[in-house]
Design a protein around this ligand. Structure first.
Ligand code: AMP
Length: 113
């Protein structure tokens, strides 16, 4: 997946403000933040979207959510935060590498647009 933007961030070919990295998960700050805290949590493995993982990826998805919990604590999001994944064109997914937005430090309206 040489052309995938987020694979290139994982590989260190494109700079990003990385705040967490382990074998399976990378978290970095969104380049166009929609809240004072806006992080993206991604698998290091290329998976296009939420509907693509295989059964074998369950452990990785579980690990991503553990990392998200940890990042929420580190970023001081104790008053609330939102985790979003846009899956497919109708949801507005623009980067086709699974990612979870972590948004916090402001009041977030509901429903989203
Ligand atoms: P989505 O629209 O859900 O696919 O989200 C893609 C997100 O990736 C957007 O919020 C973009 O601002 C973000 N993004 C795109 N390029 C970069 C980059 N080079 N570094 C960090 N975030 C990026």
């Amino acid at each position: 997946m040489e052309q995938c933007l987020f694979c290139r961030i994982v590989a260190g070919e494109i700079p990003a403000e990385i705040v967490h990295r382990d074998e399976n998960v990378v978290v970095f700050r969104d380049i166009n933040p929609q809240a004072p805290v806006h992080l993206l949590a991604i698998p290091t493995k290329h998976i296009a979207r939420l509907t693509q993982p295989e059964a074998a990826d369950g452990a990785m998805l579980s690990q991503i959510f553990s990392v998200i919990q940890k990042m929420a604590t580190i970023e001081g999001l104790d008053e609330g935060f939102r985790v979003v994944t846009n899956c497919g064109d109708n949801a507005g997914q623009t980067v086709h590498h699974l990612h979870f937005h972590i948004l916090g430090k402001r009041c977030l309206s509901w429903p989203p647009g």
